[in-house]
Design a binder for this molecule. Sequence first.
Ligand code: BG6
Length: 301
Amino acid sequence: MTDSFTNSLSFSLPNSVTIVDKANNYPIIYINNDYAQAEIAINGAHVMHYQPKGQAPVLWLSEAAVFEKGHAIRGGIPLCWPWFGDHSNNPELPAHGFARNDSFELISITSNAQGETLIKLHLSNNTFNQAYWQEAFTLAVDITVGETLSVAMTMQNNSHSELPFSSALHSYFTISDVDNIVVKGLDQTAYFDKVKSFETGTQQGDILIDREIDRVYMPSNSPVSIIDKGLKRTLMITKSGSQSTVVWNPWIDKATAMSDFHNSGYRTMVCIETANALDDTIVLGRGESHTILTNISLEKH
Ligand code: BG6
């Protein structure tokens, strides 16, 4: 137990929750409720693990993931914000923004009447992110751990001018093997292919993971599912506040090039990312807010 961190909280924890240090000064919220086990890093408001009772883990986490302030965790659900991918006009800025590397404030952890666990975390302007973003904002993350995992991210523009935000709930899913799955729900959807310099295409049928895939599908707001005949399950991903879906698997060479991605890991993961990317960038006026949300659930075959 991270006593000093737990003691510093202004609320008491539900019985199903403990907070421990995964690494030095790196607190993790452990949840073990009637529905599932989950782990959430306060740094990055990052869901690292979600496993409904009696099932295999839903989220993929790299065996080489690094747990260190300022370093994004490879796996789980990193939050990409306030931009997705490379910054539009400054390649020096970190890919996918700064939220996934930043220290969030833990606002509350409660249990609701159904026994689900609700976690609220906030981020606003601070000494770390002022190097990347000077306009006033708040980012509120609401996570519900139950039979379904739900992650909602609400961005609010507190500045005096209109601001564009792109984002993603960059969800890494565990699969039995790339050869055993298909991704359904994007048939006939247009996409930009990042592997081919953003060439456009239209999806024909289900997506097979048989090579490097890095595509932004748009418009896309319908459910997407991963049918896994190895794990004998379907993972269902529904969403709101998002018109774009990113599908990513780095395949062999890119996985090997990433120091925090174990070499064989590309075979047991696929990212299906609920996004506001490219033309789906959200422009918020002064005081306006926008919520992007994903619900993840599992059905056994
Ligand atoms: C995906 C992008 O969302 O994230 C890919 O579409 C990128 O282009 C991948 O390679 C991983 O990004 P990062 O910054 O976590 O290595």
